[in-house]
Design a protein around this ligand. Structure first.
Ligand code: NAD
Length: 256
């Protein structure tokens, strides 16, 4: 009997990293669900996937009840299973802390942190059904390993995402559900690492190049998410800049 087609549920699938991951998994014969608040972008992603097995659903990751609706609909569309979730939607918030409006701080915390927690909680029963071997991959950042000027809020959320991954890995590993984080640095997408709101992407690109750092193509992130779904590590660095942080693959020795 042939294996059932595996299914990945992706947030932030209308753009950048989420879209690249959708294409990568679709090309490898997975059923792909893309979700986002940007419905036109979701249509574009589905168009790029072409004739594969695919589904899209509007989802604002800040809405806990909407998570259940989207996950149930996607599971049904894929024949009753979700094997992996890429918890990826996020925004940048660049600027010195004292210059940020309270609304900017709250928006970043709500999407990058609350949204990741809601998603993990909501997808858990689905991943239980496909365990052992099901996986939750969360998008952290190199800014979740080291902070930097103008990064306090964004960096706080990405440190937290790595902490969530470590804790959930400990909680869920006994059931055979893998949890990990990916930590990209300066990826070629509309959002360049958390600095979006105060500078144009071109200014950021110039700064990155002047610092002797590199901007990594989005396909490298997609390949890393594939590795994270199939592999056993806790944190995956993406891009030369992140790797230069000399960050051990396992942040803490041993896993609880
Ligand atoms: P992007 O702007 O291309 O994509 C982000 C997507 O998230 C967009 O489609 C946007 O509509 C969606 N989104 C925003 N708010 C949402 C909400 N409330 N609910 C659902 N979807 C929402 O950016 P990207 O670079 O692809 O970013 C994806 C993830 O990668 C983010 O978590 C980001 O912090 C992280 N990241 C990016 C870089 C980089 O250099 N580009 C580096 C490290 C980490």
């Amino acid at each position: 009997m042939s294996q059932p087609r595996r299914h990945i549920f992706i947030t932030g699938g209308a753009s950048g990293i989420g879209r690249a991951v959708a294409l990568h998994f679709a090309q490898r014969d997975w059923f792909v669900t893309v979700t986002d608040v940007n419905e036109a972008g979701l249509e574009d992603t589905l168009g790029l996937i072409g004739g594969g097995f695919k589904y899209s659903h509007r989802l604002d990751v800040r809405d806990r009840a909407a998570w259940d609706v989207a996950l149930d609909a996607a599971s049904t569309a894929a024949g009753g299973r979700i094997d992996a979730m890429f918890n990826n939607a996020g925004i940048g918030t660049g600027g010195a802390l004292n210059e940020l409006e309270v609304e900017e701080i709250d928006r970043c915390l709500d999407i990058n942190l609350r949204g990741v927690l809601y998603g993990a909680q909501a997808v858990y029963p689905h991943l239980q059904k496909t365990a052992p071997g099901s996986a939750l991959v969360n998008t952290a950042s190199a800014a979740g390993i080291t902070g930097g000027s103008g990064m306090s809020v964004y960096s706080a959320t990405k440190f937290a995402v790595r902490g969530i991954a470590e804790s959930l890995d400990a909680e869920w590993a006994p059931e055979g559900i893998k949890v990990s984080s990916i930590c990209p640095s300066f990826i070629e997408t509309p959002l360049l690492d958390g600095t979006g709101s105060r500078q144009s992407n071109e200014q950021i690109r110039d700064r990155v190049r002047q610092a002797g750092l590199e901007i990594t193509p989005v396909e490298e992130v997609a390949a890393t998410v594939w590795d994270a779904v199939h592999g056993d590590d806790l944190h995956y660095l993406v891009g030369k800049t992140a790797r230069r942080l000399n960050f051990a693959k396992r942040w803490m020795p041993g896993r609880v």
